[in-house]
Every structure is written in C-alpha cells, then in structure tokens.
Design a protein around this ligand. Structure first.
Ligand code: SAH
Length: 222
C-alpha cells in the first residue's frame, strides 16, 4: 500500500473508493448502477472527522447517539434487493441515521420519504444531503414503527434498524407490486434480512442474509 493512503491523506482518493467498490462486487453485488452510486457518494462526509480515514472500509461505524452508519456491503445489498423488481418512484425509508443509505437510495429512485426518531441525527443528515445537492428526499422526525401513513402507499420500503417482528403498519403501506427490505430479529440475537413482496396472492416473504443492526425502537422520540 502506498504511504499516502496509509497515513490517511489519500482517504478520499478515487483509488480508495475504487477498491471498496471492487471488493463489494467480488462479495456478490452485481447491480452496476448501485455500485456506481456507491463509488461516487462521499461516505467520509457522513461520519465524524476522527473516523473519516475508515470511511471506505467495508464496515459499520459509530455516528453518535448509540447508532451506526451501515456497512457499505449491506447498504448496497439492501438497495439491490429493493430495486430488483424494477424502477421505484416512491420509497419509504425508516431510520435516516447519518443519511448515507438515504443518499444512495435517492440517486436511484424518484422520491425518498425518510423517517428518523432522533431529531439531531436527522437534522445533520438533511444538511449533508442538501450540500450534496440531493433534493428528492422528504424528511420526517417521528417514530417509524408506524410508517408514514399520510403519504402511503409506497412502491418500496427500506428499514435500516432491526425489528423484532415486521410492523403491520408497514405492510399496510406497501403498494401492490411493492417490495420491502427489513432486518428482522432480536437486538443481541440472530437477525436476517427479509424481502417481502406484495403480490396478487398476498405477501411473499424470503429470509435472506444474516445481518447485525441496531434495534428498531418504538415509542418516545428523542
Ligand atoms: N441507514 C442509516 C442507519 C442508521 S442506524 C445510516 O446508514 O446511517 C438505524 C437508525 O434507525 C438510527 O438512526 C435510529 O435512530 C433509527 N431508528 C430506530 N428506531 C426507529 C424508529 N422506530 N423510527 C425511526 N427511526 C428509528
């Protein structure tokens, strides 16, 4: 490895990002549009400066308030799963966090409606996306366990925190033909990504990769 990269000076360099995308491709991500968006989205701007030198590692990192920015592989995988049914115009995201997944998604779908229960995190996410000139996102500070009924239905729903069970309100807000990607499981126990499709015969559920997410909480906001 060259010295500049090692010392962190090259952390935002094209080569560092290139390596991440190459690795994600080797690990099984195949949607070139998704990989291209991950390549061009500056993940280092979504985390604390002190951790920015690790921004293009394929790892989750703390973002304060006991929350984490998701691992790039997981962001890519969830986005691929959501898009695999064709283009999406309205997507509901639960868990804005630092806004990285929001930014990736917003570059691939028509409109994103993003709900977060911690206002301080969402405010910062909003500023970052504005700075990146990403304008097709509507934000809401609320408990996302109950979705965002006023604007339902959605063609896609992406949940970025692990639910003990699939929230009924989210199923109710998924349009016919729509897809939901959600991690399901206990906080300290096993969690898996679920893909739920709203078909003419009802909801069809697939249990996919094991994952590790912070919990989807319900109730009081902070
Ligand atoms: N996609 C985000 C992941 C953040 S971690 C990123 O890459 O940064 C999960 C986020 O879900 C946290 O910000 C947490 O506050 C939020 N969250 C947890 N339960 C929630 C709920 N019931 N409603 C809305 N947001 C919730």
């Amino acid at each position: 490895m060259n010295g500049l990269l090692q010392s962190g000076i090259g952390m935002t360099s094209q080569r560092t990002r290139e390596r991440l995308v190459q690795r994600l491709h080797e690990e099984g991500l195949t949607n070139m549009q998704v990989l291209e968006v991950i390549r061009s989205t500056p993940r280092h701007l979504f985390i604390d400066e002190a951790l920015a030198h690790r921004a293009y590692e394929d790892t989750a990192l703390p973002i304060g308030h006991n929350q984490t920015i998701s691992q790039p592989y997981t962001v890519g995988r969830m986005t691929e799963l959501l898009l695999a049914g064709g283009p999406l115009d309205k997507v509901l995201e639960i868990g804005t966090g630092c806004g990285y997944q929001t930014a990736v998604l917003a570059q691939l779908v028509e409109r994103v409606f993003s709900v977060e229960r911690i206002q301080a995190l969402q405010d910062r996410a909003k500023e970052r996306l504005q700075r990146l000139n990403i304008r097709n996102v509507v934000y809401r500070w609320a408990d996302g366990w109950t979705g965002w009924n006023a604007l339902a239905p959605y063609n896609g729903i992406l949940v970025t925190a692990a639910a003990r069970e699939i929230p009924q309100d989210l199923l109710d807000q998924l349009a016919p033909g729509g897809r939901m990607v959600i991690p399901v499981g206990e906080e300290q126990g096993e969690q898996h990504l679920y893909l739920i499709e709203h078909t003419p015969h009802g909801f069809v559920r697939q249990v996919l990769d094991p994952v590790r997410f912070v919990p989807l909480l319900s109730g009081a906001l902070q």
